[in-house]
Design a protein. Structure first.
Length: 396
């Protein structure tokens, strides 16, 4: 075992999240555990009761129980893992994630949609059209798991065989209509998701209450004249830390609750009779651009997606008297896009300068709408990023 592996620590799901709620395992972690168990059965005839799944942070692993392992047919093993979403209102909680594994002759790991996992049929997703709805991070986790198992069973082997991974969900077809998958053009089942391997229980009333505590603590901890930053998710974190140089104490994860966060900020500042000189809002427009439609709770169960608001801004930019910035075909494609990320790619691919101008305008509009909700903040700045963390607007 190498030194980095010796330094790994188990991620203990028994330790509650800061909001007092229980974390869970992502579908990506469950699928990876099932792949490991199926490989052990296929290659060594071993039936695992549990297995260790390496997390994307490179420092932790999850110990995941295995529900069942079997040989489906000669040359194919199958394993099942029960999805545990913790205390998050996760539609896939309690579902059975399945991995069927067999060797292939191409010498690489290939992914297929098993029963209950969807297939992408429209552009703008993190996977190509025709590919199974298994996001990049879970794919990377499963590829790493294959390499780990081969090394565990046959240390030093240099001629690595290829494997076909069929990832499914027993209840996937019934669960999918409760998600955004049908609107996203994902047909046939759920998506295999996760960026950290862990489900954070964020969308709860108690989490909203904890956000108020975090905001008050941040306001108290930051020095007079120092800015705060609110992040709906992980996107924008690098910008806040590295570009703005804000200490961690001045950055607050607000999940889907932008409106509540702004209201808590206004209340706390009014009570103390002070103002905040600058508040940054940084994240993906799939969340923050919902404000254009008056939506302040951006959870998918509480709001529609932001494509129409973005397209409306483009249409209004055409009416400024500067000529037709967005031609009718492009506008129609924006309105028909299945995700905000698809609009990002569409406009950027057509005209990079126009793309920066569009997102700068949207940043300005979001800032103005947020400013009206929290007058005790002197200035609000918005920065929008794509899923790869690239700033979308023009450079300041």
């Amino acid at each position: 075992m190498s030194a980095p592996e010796l330094q790994r620590a188990e991620y203990d799901l028994a330790v509650l999240a800061p909001n007092g709620l229980r974390r869970g395992r992502s579908t990506g972690s469950c699928a990876t555990a099932a792949v490991r168990a199926a490989l052990y059965r296929l290659l060594a005839g071993v039936t695992l009761q549990h297995t260790e799944v390496s997390l994307p942070d490179g420092r932790h692993y999850l110990c995941v129980p295995i529900k069942a392992v079997r040989m489906v047919e000669e040359g194919m093993a199958e394993a099942e893992v029960l999805k545990d979403g913790g205390d998050d209102p996760d539609n896939t909680h309690g579902a059975t994630i399945v991995a069927q594994v067999r060797r292939n002759e191409v010498g690489e790991v290939r992914f297929f949609a098993g029963e209950g996992v969807g297939t992408a049929t429209m552009p703008g997703l993190r996977v190509a059209v025709g590919e199974p709805a298994i996001n990049p991070v879970p794919r990377a986790m499963m590829r790493a798991a294959v390499a780990e198992v081969l090394d565990e069973l046959k240390p030093g082997q240099t001629d690595a065989p290829g494997f076909d991974l069929h990832i499914g969900c027993r209840e996937g077809r019934a669960i999918a209509p409760k998600t955004f998958n049908p609107k996203l053009g994902i047909v046939g089942g759920i998506s295999i998701l996760g960026t950290s391997g862990i489900v954070e229980p964020m969308s709860m009333a108690s989490w909203i209450a904890s956000i108020e505590v975090y905001i008050r603590v941040a306001l108290a901890a930051c020095a007079p004249g120092e800015a705060l930053a609110y992040l709906p998710g992980k996107i924008g974190r690098v910008f806040v830390a590295q570009e703005l140089g804000l200490p961690e104490k001045c950055s607050v994860q607000i999940a889907n609750f932008l409106g509540d966060a702004l209201d808590f900020t206004q209340q706390a500042l009014a009570e103390s009779g002070r103002t905040l000189p600058l508040l940054w809002l940084a994240g993906h427009p799939g969340k923050l651009a919902k404000v254009l439609d008056g939506v302040w709770d951006t959870h998918s169960s509480k709001s529609n997606m932001a494509m129409q608001g973005v397209a409306r801004v483009a249409q209004e930019m055409n009416a400024t008297g500067e000529g037709e910035l967005f031609d009718p075909t492009l506008l129609q494609q924006m309105k028909e896009a299945n995700t905000v990320e698809a609009i990002i790619e569409l406009v950027r691919g057509r005209d990079a300068a126009l793309s920066r101008r569009l997102w700068s305008e949207i940043e300005t509009r979001i800032a103005a709408l947020a400013q009206a909700r929290v007058p005790a903040v002197s200035r609000i700045e918005v920065r929008l990023f794509d899923l790869d963390g690239r700033h979308l607007g023009a450079l300041a």
